[in-house]
Design a protein around this ligand. Structure first.
Ligand code: DC
Length: 232
């Protein structure tokens, strides 16, 4: 039995393709290790929501910088569901940012250099004391290249589409599986082909393909890796 509190505090990064369950696994790891969990995608989604609401012109650097100056992002723990939920200027937008209107715009917004600089600065600040599990696309490559444990998650595309569809249909019964697949493939392409911090596996990341793993199996595997790193 390991005494987690006595172990070295580390940074754990979980990157990978859309809808492979990165946030779910990162959240479970954080809970088991008593670490902070940060869903960096939620930050890009909240910024996108602000841009949509305020009709920010993505071609205008002035408008983008002005808008970013008016955005404050924070996370708050919800004891009802155990989630670390995102707040945009004090408003809990955790549910709103999962909407397809945000999903279809977020890759375009996340590709903007000023937006990335804004989000990455906050991510580094949150992780400065270690003891954190952060999931996203560039966490192991650009945000915390010195992280002690880097996991790169992947799963077959049809498995990922089926999982995301199951999630979205709960709140939107009219959603078509084809639309979910198209959004996922478009985002994967945009996220891995953009100019700044594209999605890619860090050279020292461990690949976790969960197409045929249960949530419990993948969590057990990831926790074994984490404890190895925490033991130095
Ligand atoms: O993890 P997610 O699907 O909620 O992320 C939403 C989008 O945000 C994703 O399509 C790409 C972008 N993103 C990013 O560019 N960098 C990150 N670290 C996290 C997310």
């Amino acid at each position: 039995m390991h005494d987690i509190a006595a172990m070295k505090k580390i940074i754990i990064t979980v990157d990978g393709w859309s809808s492979c369950g990165k946030s779910t696994m990162a959240r479970q790891m954080a809970k088991e290790l008593n670490y902070i969990f940060i869903d960096s995608g939620a930050m890009y989604r909240a910024i996108t929501l602000y841009f949509i609401r305020n009709q920010i012109d993505l071609a205008s650097k002035i408008s983008i910088n002005h808008a970013l100056g008016n955005i404050t992002l924070s996370f708050g723990f919800n004891p009802m569901n155990g989630n670390n939920e995102i707040f945009l200027n004090g408003e809990n937008v955790e549910a709103l940012i999962r909407d397809m209107s945000v999903a279809s715009k977020v890759s375009e917004v996340a590709a903007i250099k000023e937006v990335r600089d804004f989000a990455v600065a906050q991510q580094r600040l949150i992780g400065r004391n270690k003891g954190i599990v952060m999931d996203g696309r560039d966490i192991g490559t650009a945000v915390f290249p010195e992280a002690e444990l880097k996991i790169f998650m992947t799963a077959d595309v049809d498995v990922r589409v089926a999982r995301r569809y199951k999630e979205l249909v709960l709140t939107n019964p009219n959603i078509m599986i084809e639309a979910v697949k198209e959004n996922l493939e478009t985002r994967d392409y945009a996220d891995s082909n953009r100019e700044f911090s594209p999605l890619r596996k860090a050279d020292d990341a461990i690949v976790l393909d969960n197409s045929r793993l249960t949530a419990d199996e993948q969590l057990a595997l990831a926790l074994t890796w984490a404890k190895e790193c925490m033991n130095g």
